[in-house]
Structure formats: C-alpha cells, structure tokens
Design a protein around this ligand. Structure first.
Ligand SMILES: [Mn+2]
Length: 462
C-alpha cells in the first residue's frame, strides 16, 4: 500500500475541519462489491475522498471527524487468523492507521453507537453513489433512503471541492506517473494496431501495458474504428483498411491517480489526405486551446474559442457556410462536437463528479448551457493555478445525427448537408491531453505522446 506522508493526511483533515466548521463529518469507505456471487468481487476501488483524507486503500472502513472535539476516528476490524488462512499475514490495521496519523481505531460495529451518540448534532456526509453506502447511511442516521439522498452536506461538498481541486506537488508526481503509463499504453496501441486485426487484440495490449506498470485502467478503454460513437466500449470490430481508430484510454496508478488520454490514428499507419485534413483541425483546436490556458480564464470561453476555430475550418472545407460568429452562437458546432472540451481530473477521471458536476465545474452566476455540445461541458468556470484538466476537442461525423438535423431542416442555411454525405464513412477524431494550470499559463503533464500526423506515422512504422 503506497501512502503520502502522515503529515499530508493530518494537514488535509485539519483544513477540512476548518472549512466545515462544526458537526461530525462521516466519510464511509467503499466495500467489496459482488460480481456474480457474494465472494466473487469486482476489482476493489476505494472512494477517492476517503483516500484523500485517510489514505487506506482497503474495503470495509469508515471514518469520522468531529469538528468540535477535534477527534478523528477510523472504524474497521483487525484481521483474524481465519482471514489470514485465506489472504495471508497482513500488516495490522492499527499500524496502517498510524501511518496516516490516526491513533483512534475502533471496531467496525462501534460506528453505530458513535453516530447514535451524535443525535441532535449535524452529521455531514457526501452524496452516496453506491447502494450499500446509501443503505448504511439510512440505517445509521435512521432516515429514509430518499431523505438521505437529498440530505448530503453542502458545506462538506464545497470543502472537499475546495481542497481536492488544487493538486499538490506530491499529487502531481502521481498524476504525471499515471499520464506516463497512459502514454505508453497509447504508443503500444499504435504499434499493435494493424489492418485485419481485431480491436480487442490491441485492447489486450493496452491492458497489458497498464498491468505491467502496476496499474489498472481508470475507465474502460474506448478503442474503436467507430470513433464517432463517443463512449464506445465494443471491441469486436476488425480494423479495416482505410479506417482510423480512436483510442481513449488512461491508467489509474497504484495510488489511484488517473490519466485520460486520447489519440486517433489510421489503421494502416498512414493518414489519407481527407483524414489529415480533419485530424489537423482537431490538432489545431487542441494545441491552440492549451496555449491559451491560464488562471482566471473561463473554461467555457476556451470551449467556445475552439468551437469557433472548428467552424471556420469546416467552412474552408465547404462543409459549412455563412457567418462564423453566428454559427458559434447558434450552436451549429454541436453537430460535429457534441461533447465538452474537458473536465477536472485527479483521482477520479472525472474528478469529484460524485459531488455534483455543477458544483465542481460551475459557480453561481454561471449557468450550464442547454445547447448540444456545450451542455456536456463538465467544467465551465474560471481556471485556477494547480487545477489539472483535460483538453479534448473532437470532430465526428455521426450519420444518424446529421440525418436527423437534415430532416428537421436544422441550420440548413449554414450546413452543406449534400457535401457531408462524403463523410458518412469517416468516423471521428479526438485528441486529448491532461494539463496543469500554472501561475501564468499551463503545462501538459507527462512525457510527450505522439500527436502530429508525422509523429503518429513514425511511431506506427517503428
Ligand atoms: Mn476525458
């Protein structure tokens, strides 16, 4: 089990107490989750907020912080000899909890009495996203599940966002490692892919690379010749001549920090003229967005600027016509990029999404748009130093969506539907990097991952 220094966790909890002010903070850790029978589990993933404050990456723990008495308690059971028969001798929980600065370790079931004794005081908890945790909260606090679902603590949510949004140097080290492993996954995928192979054969190499670096995938790989299908987890297609593959995959390293990287490359290792034209638009969107990043800039404006660039380039290609600014305002670009430019990243690939997308990525006075594309922008607010975000423009030709808009005669003054037919077989392109906001600008995390058409072709040829 890898941990930061004891002081890191002590400081984080001290700050949390300050931010929340009073009452009891209850942070449940995650439990094992059964797959097809009770003892066959999904891969265990600790709750990220629990990890942030308590560091212990194992199932069956709960934690409480009393803002008034300053007590910090971990609830969990020591291994028994019965456990050791099956899983071997383990470092004791007492010893582990001391490594994260916790001296008050109590048996699991004592959490019931602890919460009961707090009757009448405010118990802060985060929105539960797992059914077992929802049930636990419902039992402990003696409230209906509906009540629990609505009753999470805004003070606690905002405090956690306030801390986890800013990545410390020790976290950046972890994130850089995750991105570097992700980069190797991408380079190996470029080298593995070939005309006639099945997608899953290359996906296997992606998983192999992650595992070979003591990592898992931060989310199921999106690896498909149908890049226009945004969250495509089907890997059964044969990679055919003339197609491109979109690979959106990232590693989660041993300390549960994530990388989120996308590259798109031609199956046969050589971009056609048509593919290069579209690819270079996306590349231009990505690099110019990254170059513009700095503190205090609204990320929504970065999204819109890249949208504008895409629209003007599509106009050059004859796929759009008319006034560029007007098309940006009307949301014409949603046809080609129906998702947002990016999101926060950290331990969660969509960092803190369980705390509420709008609380993490928006603020009062900055409402989320309802336009296709912009409505899926998870981060709209001002950037700040030490945020780590993804920049992931894409350009897709989704025949069903194009046909729908065409039938509705939507934006027909702007969209050259006739010429778009030439792209129905094209697929889609997305390019994504993970970027740290610095004092005056930004910095792409990790070692460079082949990105220009030339770099991609060279990598695939080697
Ligand atoms: Mn992403």
């Amino acid at each position: 089990m890898k941990l930061f220094s004891k002081e890191t966790y002590i400081k984080r909890r001290a700050r949390l107490k300050e931010l929340v002010g009073s009452g009891i903070i209850f942070l449940p850790g995650n439990n094992e989750a059964s797959l097809n029978y009770a003892d066959n589990h999904y891969r265990f993933r600790q709750d990220s907020t629990f990890l942030y404050y308590f560091g212990l990456n194992e199932a069956g723990l709960n934690a409480a912080i009393d803002c008034d008495s300053r007590e910090e308690i971990l609830f969990g059971n020591e291994f028994t000899v019965e456990d050791i028969i099956w899983i071997g001798q383990q470092e004791g929980l007492k010893s582990k909890s001391e490594k994260v600065g916790i001296s008050d370790l109590r048996p699991s079931n004592s959490v019931i009495d602890f919460i009961a004794a707090a009757k009448g005081r405010k118990v802060h908890y985060l929105p539960p996203y797992r059914a077992d945790i929802l049930n636990t909260l419902s039992d402990l606090l003696d409230q209906t599940r509906e009540h629990i679902s609505k009753g999470s603590s805004v003070e606690l949510i905002d405090a956690v966002i306030q801390q986890r949004s800013y990545k410390s140097s020790e976290e950046l080290e972890q994130m850089t490692e995750a991105v570097n492993i992700s980069g190797l996954m991408h380079i190996n995928a470029m080298r593995s892919a070939a005309t006639g192979k099945f997608e899953y054969e290359t996906v296997a190499d992606i998983y192999q690379t992650a595992k070979a670096h003591n990592s898992y995938l931060a989310y199921p790989a999106i690896f498909s010749i149908n890049g226009q299908i945004l969250h495509n987890h089907y890997h059964g297609n044969q990679m055919t001549e003339g197609r491109m593959v979109l690979n959106d995959s990232g590693a989660e390293n041993a300390m549960c920090y994530s990388g989120d990287i996308t590259r798109t490359f031609p199956v046969n290792g050589k971009f056609s003229t048509k593919q290069k034209e579209i690819y270079d638009i996306v590349l231009d969107m990505e690099t110019s967005s990254i170059e513009s990043l700095k503190p205090r800039l609204l990320y929504k404006d970065v999204h819109l600027a890249s949208n504008k660039l895409m629209i003007s380039k599509l106009k050059d290609l004859g796929l759009l016509k008319g006034d560029v600014e007007e098309m940006v305002n009307l949301g014409v670009g949603g046809l080609f990029m129906p998702h947002g430019l990016g999101h926060m990243i950290g331990m969660d690939v969509h960092d803190m999404e369980n705390l509420g997308e709008n609380r993490v990525g928006y603020r009062e006075g900055l409402e989320r748009s309802t336009q296709l594309g912009l409505k899926s922008l998870r981060l709209g607010k001002e950037l700040e130093k030490d945020f780590v975000i993804t920049v992931e423009p894409g350009l897709y030709f989704i025949p069903d969506l194009i046909e729908k808009w065409k039938a509705e005669k939507k934006f027909e003054d702007f969209i050259n539907y006739e010429k778009l037919k030439e792209y129905y077989n094209f697929g889609g392109v997305r390019i994504e990097d993970d970027v740290l906001i610095t004092e005056n600008g930004s910095e792409i995390l990790g070692n460079p991952i082949p990105k220009t058409t030339k770099e991609v072709e060279t990598t695939m040829a080697s």
